[in-house]
Design a protein around this ligand. Structure first.
Ligand SMILES: Nc1ncnc2c1ncn2[C@@H]1O[C@H](COP(=O)(O)OP(=O)(O)O)[C@@H](O)[C@H]1O
Ligand SMILES: [Mg+2]
Length: 233
């Protein structure tokens, strides 16, 4: 039973997409999985190919104790967010409500938009923090900052994503290796920016819903993160 926070201050690094891939992997292992988000764009629904009217989402769960839950796949549920103007009541109650939800699920994954005020609460209740990122100087600085923060022990994996294998990215990857040396944080192999992944996303499929040999390397990379998640007690 763990709460996994997928975070990075930057948009477009693959937080929502990776949250869904990790959540689906856990669901396929027979775990009961819930995905939450602080992003009212609800990209997880797009990536899953689920088209529903947004009703009473996380706001309602937190303030009233009930609301909508969307089934994405077997064992994989999602609570949408319809409005990210979090009220004070929401911020006060969000932690205890998620802790209550935790009793019903094996894993809760949070697709977070860290610029919002609730990020602190999410960090506090998370057992594991996973950071997807571009291999660029901004991400490096961001990770450096996190490594100095109080929650550093929760950071278990960094996933370079949308990697183009440029000379610059390769240098940054070496810098990442250097700053993570001696920590127990997993730096995965980079996930390439790839047309194969774009095509899968366009078909609303996860990486676990294809037999394409070309996606095996991505499955292996995500598998290394899963191992870390599953080993956390
Ligand atoms: N490795 C990848 N290859 C190709 N497209 C990707 C890859 N990772 C993410 N994407 C695409 O990049 C965009 C940003 O990903 P998303 O998960 O929405 O980022 P975030 O949640 O961090 O803003 C999405 O359109 C997604 O489909
Ligand atoms: Mg997102």
């Amino acid at each position: 039973m763990s709460i996994i926070l997928v975070k990075n201050n930057k948009g477009g690094v693959g937080k929502s997409w990776l949250t869904l891939q990790l959540g689906h992997a856990l669901a396929l292992l027979g775990k009961n999985v819930l995905i939450l988000t602080s992003d009212s764009q609800n990209n997880i629904l797009d990536f899953s190919g689920i088209d529903v009217a947004l009703g009473d989402g996380l706001e309602s769960w937190v303030t009233k104790g009930s609301g909508d839950i969307v089934r994405l796949r077997d064992n994989l549920n999602y609570i949408p967010l319809s409005n990210n103007n979090f009220s004070k009541i929401f911020r006060n109650k969000v932690k205890e409500r998620i802790i209550l939800l935790k009793e019903e699920y094996d894993y809760i994954l949070i697709d977070s938009v860290p610029t919002l005020k609730v990020d602190k609460e999410f960090e506090e209740i998370a057992d594991i923090i996973v950071i997807p990122g571009f291999m660029d100087i901004v991400t490096l600085q961001g990770v450096n900052k996190i490594l100095e923060s109080v929650n550093v022990k929760k950071v278990k994996a960094i996933i370079p994503n949308r990697f183009n294998n440029t000379a610059y990215e390769k240098i940054l990857l070496e810098d990442f290796k250097a700053i993570l040396e001696g920590t127990d944080i997993l730096l995965t192999s980079p996930i390439r920016q790839s047309a194969i992944i774009s095509n899968l996303i366009a078909k609303n499929k996860t990486v676990w819903e294809t037999n394409s040999k070309k996606i095996e390397s991505v499955q292996e990379i995500l598998g290394s993160v899963l191992e870390v998640i599953l080993n956390e007690k």
